[in-house]
Design a protein around this ligand. Structure first.
Ligand code: EPU
Length: 426
């Protein structure tokens, strides 16, 4: 399938309700975690995304069969691990797939996983993943672009992460679930996606304590059961829609949200003068009352302001008169949106990981997304200005947002993305 560019006609407020998908970044590790059980597992709330298809391709190679039994319900079954390698062709499509290392190692005793390499905005190291596995007793060697991991017995001991890493914490947990060892992870991530992975694993028989704290204790169990689990709502998609509502000076209700997962985003928008009303699993974002104020934002690990909403926040602040400062020390090079926003008239000066934004009016232009969240930022920017913004690189949006164009049309957005069947030679 070839994707044509996205055509966006903006410049008017949106309104209505939108239902937030379930979390991409929680679903991916939970799908991988099903490798630890021989039994069938049903996952509800799995978004239909190209990143999910990518992990399913890799799981198929490892021996998992899957079936979509509902629009967002996925059945997975791995009676045996058929291959213990994750080749470059599959891992390089999505670096998050590196967490299969811990899962294959746990289930099969050895794993060979390609080094994931960087991504569009720079290096994405995995040193903490490897150090954790080594400290807990696995042998991990680098060989020809691969990590080759082996264990002779159960993982055991304590590892102190040198920094907070979501993926590193996922990998170490997955490696330690099966067996008879006791593993303690200190300075572990308290991210919502780590908590969701632990809650899923415990629901099928794992023994993991400390979810949501910096100390996680995993007591090995002989095996996991089958079961069913529902993935949490996607706080990054919710954050994206909150930025969209503010940037287009709209009043929008978000359904299927966990307001407690969005505190840092909510606080920043309130500081800007956006009204936010939380009620159960909905958030009303109202940016229709008066001028918005510029703010300073610095990304941090959860529960701080998420790096995954930084480009969208930058797009919003590019429309707010005055000077804002956005800093992303989590991913210092996550700046591919800046040059494209310049094409739309944004005044953003970059120094290191700091963007100084002089807000004003944006204008329509042809632009290109180089990664997922940059794509979201450009979509938001396009919806703020009159005229037609044409966004290339739409495949990145499909990695993280399910049927985004269609859902935003439900809010009154004028956006079209057509799919063209790829021409066949014969
Ligand atoms: N880091 C290291 N060494 C490591 C691992 C991480 O130095 O071994 C550093 C990273 O360079 C970064 C920081 O630690 O500065 C945090 O990285 P983390 O490991 O937490 O990120 P990740 O697990 O690779 C996930 C999300 C990203 C999101 C980050 C940060 C998934 C699939 N990916 O990545 O999501 O940006 O956490 O919150 O869960 C996205 O959805 O657009 C996306 C990129």
């Amino acid at each position: 399938m070839l994707l044509t560019p996205l055509h966006v006609q903006g410049g008017r407020p949106l309104s209505g309700e939108i239902t937030v998908q379930h979390s991409k970044n929680a679903a991916l590790p939970i799908i991988v975690a099903t490798l630890l059980s021989r039994e069938k597992i049903t996952l509800h709330g799995v978004p239909r995304l190209s990143d999910v298809d990518t992990i399913l391709d890799l799981m198929h190679h490892l021996g998992t069969s899957h079936a979509w039994v509902g629009e967002n319900t996925l059945e997975l079954h791995t009676p045996e691990i058929l291959n213990t390698d994750a080749p470059y062709a599959l891992v390089s499509k999505m670096r998050a797939s590196f967490i299969v290392l811990g899962a294959i190692l746990a289930r099969a005793g050895q794993a060979t996983v390609s080094m994931p390499g960087g991504c569009a905005w720079g290096p994405r190291p995995v040193d903490q993943h490897v150090k954790a596995l080594r400290a807990l007793g696995a042998e991990v060697v680098e060989d020809g672009g691969n990590f080759d991991a082996r264990r002779t017995g159960s993982l055991n001991g304590t590892f102190v992460f040198e920094l907070l890493t979501v993926g590193g914490t996922h990998n170490a947990i997955l490696a330690a679930v099966l067996g008879d060892g006791v593993v303690t992870l200190e300075n572990a991530s308290i991210d919502t996606d780590v908590v969701d992975l632990i809650e899923f694993l415990n629901s099928v028989g794992a023994d993991i304590q400390g979810a949501g704290t910096n100390t996680i204790v995993i007591r090995g169990v002989p095996e996991l059961r089958g079961g069913a689990y529902t993935v949490i709502p996607d706080r990054i998609e919710a954050g994206t829609f909150m930025m969209l509502a503010a940037a287009t000076r709209s009043r929008i209700t978000l359904n299927n949200v966990r307001p407690d997962h969005l505190r840092a985003v909510t606080a920043k928008l309130q500081e800007m003068g956006v009204d936010i009303l939380e009620s159960g699993s909905t958030i009303l974002v109202d940016a229709t009352r008066g001028e918005l104020k510029p703010v300073n934002v610095t990304t941090q690990s959860y529960p701080g302001f998420p790096t995954d909403v930084q480009p969208q926040m930058s797009a919003l602040l590019a429309t707010v008169p005055g000077t804002s400062v956005v800093q992303d020390p989590v991913y210092p090079d996550r700046l591919t949106h800046v040059a494209e926003l310049h094409r739309m008239g944004a005044n953003i000066t970059v120094s290191g990981y700091t963007q100084v934004i002089q807000g004003g009016r944006l204008h329509a232009a042809p632009v290109k997304a180089a990664d997922l969240r940059a794509g979201a930022a450009l979509f938001i920017a396009g919806l703020t200005c009159e005229g037609e913004t044409v966004i290339d690189g739409v495949q990145y949006l499909n990695r993280g947002y399910e049927k985004l164009t269609e859902r935003l049309r439900g809010l009154g957005a004028d956006a079209r993305q057509t799919e063209l069947a790829m021409a066949m030679d014969d």
